[in-house]
Design a protein around this ligand. Structure first.
Ligand code: FAD
Length: 470
């Protein structure tokens, strides 16, 4: 018998619960990917992450071919595409791994119902979280809103994670596999080509994820707890796009790290597992509070006096031309690589929401389009956390000072010099606040002054906060 295995954000073969279940039930799996971005509206995938997806699909197809199978690509809408493939292949079942974005969850529920109504077997699995949102509950059987008790709960269950599973070296294949669209026909990449420089930094696909994990374990894991805040070093795993596209299962990462316990980096391992916990927590919040991708989690912000969006200021922020070096460095890293360091994400987000007092939605939208790891759960949580509007957020009145943040976390100004080369020839202390130099010593080609006076911006933000009595 035959089953469709519907690939989505789980572009790997190892630790693939849907594939595994199909094989274990004795089915010949037909691997399928359906391109239907409109079904994810209003959060259809952004441009940078679509480029990643294109490469990841290519890698998945190669991995399947090495095992004697191949990926079948189709255009959406998803349900008719699945039904027509079921008919063409004579398959009786569809297996897939779950996603948690509100629009996708609703679509999947409709599809499951329709498939079953048509007499097919439809089964879904957890392919991307340590623990799914509805399996983690407070003492009152409700969802968590605060991370620390949530994480305490999860920590007691880490020994229940599934064991790693390696996909077999050969996969059964139908004698006449269904035809596939060529990858370019999905039109995942538009004419815009700002991503040309991305790919020297990244290797999308399962092999790239495996390699990144290995590099991390042999390198930055040692010292992760303190270095994770240092944008001038490679202090983190750089696994976020691989995790977003499901090129590696988080429980395999957890398992690999637990094996390193004896190597003496227990505090680093705990710190890393906690970040995977934040990732699960973000999905927990998005599932239980689906409006939080759009609206302030904290309803008391409904009357907050956000500034009218000023296109020139927003554009200066987007393009890394604010005149605040650490902000500009982050925004330019994002544009050049599709990625930004977490500490710097917090700094640029705070600058937008507080110094410029723009609603976090404007920033979240830009990140959505430009991050290769753009992820609705993590992005919404990150923005609402920094803006102070979130469930378990930094209070609004805690305004990051971008100069002090840069001095602390990029102490030699190396990250700034790398991404804002106009400042690279300045002595280190001047790189953090070049407007404090005498006018004739300021570097040419860089804004002479920040687009907002840092003290005034901060005071105005605090005044707005006080006045709106949040
Ligand atoms: P590591 O430090 O190696 O962490 C390991 C993994 O844990 C990450 O790959 C990620 O999956 C998860 N993780 C780490 N930090 C967080 C966090 N704060 N919240 C949730 N999960 C986390 N992350 C995304 O994956 N996609 C986004 O769209 C995204 N948007 C963000 C927006 C803002 C404003 C902020 C402040 C943070 C955002 N993050 C987002 C979280 C974080 O910045 C990235 O996950 C991290 O920088 C990825 O780098 P890494 O893989 O080297 O992280």
């Amino acid at each position: 018998a035959t089953a469709l295995v519907w690939f989505r954000n789980d572009l790997r073969l190892d630790d693939h619960p849907a594939l595994r279940a199909a094989l274990e039930a004795g089915y010949t799996p037909v691997p399928v990917y359906i391109h239907a971005p409109g079904e994810e509206a209003p959060w259809q995938p952004g441009q940078a992450s679509e480029r990643w997806r294109q490469r990841s699909l290519q890698a998945l197809d190669l991995d399947l071919r090495q095992r004697g199978a191949q990926l079948c690509l189709r255009h959406g809408p998803s349900l008719p595409a699945l039904l027509s493939l079921l008919q063409q292949t004579g398959a009786e079942a569809v297996f897939w791994n779950r996603r948690y974005e509100p629009a996708v969850q609703a679509r999947d529920a409709r599809i499951k119902q329709a498939l079953r109504a048509a007499g097919h077997l439809a089964r879904s699995f957890n392919g991307s979280l340590l623990f799914e949102p509805w399996t983690v509950q407070t003492g009152q059987q409700g969802p968590y809103r605060v991370f620390t008790p949530y994480w305490r709960n999860l920590q007691t269950r880490l020994d229940q994670l599934p064991a790693p599973w390696d996909a077999p070296a050969t996969l059964p294949q139908l004698p006449m596999p269904p035809s596939s669209l060529p990858l370019p026909a999905l039109r995942l990449s538009s004419a815009l080509a700002w991503d040309a420089g991305f790919w020297q930094h990244w290797q999308p696909g399962e092999a790239g994820a495996r390699e990144a994990l290995q590099v991390f374990i042999e390198g930055a894991l040692n010292g992760y707890r303190s270095d994770r805040d240092r944008p001038d070093r490679v202090g983190t795993s750089l696994l976020s796009p691989h995790l977003h596209f499901g090129e590696v299962a988080p429980w395999r990462i957890a398992h690999r790290l637990q094996q390193q316990r004896n190597a003496g980096s227990s505090a680093d391992i705990d710190a890393y597992l906690r970040e995977l916990g934040w990732r699960d927590f973000a999905h927990h919040l998005l599932h239980h509070f689906p409006d939080s991708a759009q609206q302030d989690f904290n309803p008391r912000f409904a009357g907050f006096r956000w500034a009218e969006p000023a296109p020139a200021l927003l554009q200066a922020w987007q393009r890394g031309q604010t005149g605040v070096p650490i902000v500009d460095a982050g925004m330019r890293e994002l544009w050049a690589t599709g990625y930004m360091h977490n500490r710097v994400r917090m700094i640029v987000a705070s600058f937008l929401c507080k110094h410029l007092r723009m609603h976090w939605r404007h920033g979240a939208q830009w990140f959505w389009d430009t991050l290769v790891d753009a992820d609705l759960a993590n992005n919404s949580l990150g923005w609402q956390w920094t803006a102070g509007t979130g469930a378990d957020a930094a209070p609004y009145f805690r305004v990051f000072n971008p100069v002090l943040q840069a001095r602390k976390f990029d102490p030699n100004g190396q990250y700034i010099a790398r991404w804002v080369p106009e400042l690279a020839s300045l002595p280190v202390p001047a790189r953090f606040a070049p407007w404090q130099l005498p006018a004739d010593a300021r570097p040419p080609g860089y804004p002479a002054n920040p687009i907002v006076d840092l003290e005034q911006g901060r005071d105005a933000a605090l005044a707005a906060y006080r006045d709106s009595k949040v």
